[in-house]
Design a binder for this molecule. Structure first.
Ligand code: GZL
Length: 325
């Protein structure tokens, strides 16, 4: 909001378009975008922790290429301080727009205020932030993680009877998908007092993390019926641990995950996972379209929710060959 007013004013006041990045509210900045209209985007990515992230990065890079966007890409290796450093660097470079997937929900107000003061609009993609000041960003593009958790809980409520002991592999501590997928799942299973989460711990959205936590659960927690993993990668790590313990994943222990990336869908098709809630990583095209509108001072929705579904083993077998990721 503030960024758009500053940019429009700068654009109206300044007739001569100088070469170089647009952005910035000082008086010598040309209209948004470079002299030839090229948009420069600074993008701070969470990291490369999962199959989902890899697919998301590929989608963003390919969409930037197709849209002629000059993409300045930074991988934060799942560290918030690296994302804050990258955003400050993008401000120094006076990019036209900043987009990022916040690794955790909190701690962003200061650096986003710096971007706003520099007149550079910010787009949140994939994960949201928990801030009272919604003017710090123009829009949020990504999934409804609470609904994803509800879908996982709904499948469990509808497909089990009697006492069910669940162990939960949470995503990165403080991350929106981890907080919200837990919230949605618990909201729905509350309908069944005989479904109980008997252990819960973060596996940090990685395969290694899921395996390590599941190994500990198998040693410390008797009578596990179900694993609810906040992403496929932790579910695949749990499968390794379950097999190493001489048990049958998908048969002895039911497994529910979120994402629907290729390796997860293959395990689902093979019957080692029982149900997957899709989380669509292909956000690149929508992001570039939103960026163009924001840079040009056009109105954009405060929230753009992505379309996604769920899969059973039979449904996975039917679509596996045509999946993009
Ligand atoms: C969800 C995304 C999550 C995925 C994980 O939009 O932020 O992060 O579910 C990824 O696989 O690590």
């Amino acid at each position: 909001m503030f960024g758009k007013i500053a940019r429009s004013t700068a654009a109206v006041l300044l007739l001569a378009a100088l070469a170089g990045c647009g952005g910035g509210s000082d008086s010598d900045a040309g209209p948004p975008g470079g002299a030839d209209g090229t948009i420069t985007m600074g993008f701070s990515q969470v990291g490369a922790e999962s199959g989902w992230r890899t697919a998301n990065t590929k989608s963003i890079r390919e969409a930037a290429e197709a849209a002629g966007v000059d993409l300045r890409f930074s991988d934060a290796q799942q560290k918030q301080e690296n994302q804050i450093k990258a955003i400050r660097s993008f401000i120094q470079q006076r990019v036209d727009v900043i987009a990022f997937s916040p690794v955790v929900e909190t701690g962003w107000d200061a650096v986003l205020l710096e971007a706003r003061r520099a007149g550079i609009p910010v787009i949140l993609t994939d994960r949201a932030i928990d801030s009272d000041d919604t003017s710090l960003y123009e829009t949020f593009l990504g999934s409804d993680f609470v609904e994803e958790g509800r879908k996982a809980g709904r499948w469990l409520v509808d497909n089990t009877e009697g006492p069910v002991r669940v162990v939960e592999l949470q995503g990165t501590t403080g991350a929106a998908p981890a907080i919200d997928r837990k919230e949605g799942f618990e909201e729905v299973i509350a309908e069944r007092p005989d479904i109980e989460i008997v252990a819960t711990q973060s596996g940090d959205f990685t395969r290694a993390g899921g395996k390590e936590v599941m190994e500990a659960f198998l040693k410390s927690t008797p009578g596990i019926d179900v694993v609810y993993a906040h992403n496929d990668d932790m579910g695949l790590g749990a499968i390794e641990a379950i097999k190493a313990a001489g048990r049958e994943p998908g048969t002895d222990i039911t497994i529910i995950t979120v994402d629907a990336v290729r390796d997860g869908m293959q395990a689902l098709a093979d019957g080692e996972i029982n149900f997957i809630v899709e989380c669509n990583p292909l956000l690149g095209e929508q992001l570039m379209d939103l960026a163009r509108k924001v840079v040009n001072g056009e109105e954009v929705p405060a929230r753009v929710v992505t379309e996604e579904t769920t899969f059973t083993p039979e449904e996975a077998r039917a679509v596996l060959s045509e999946r993009e990721y």
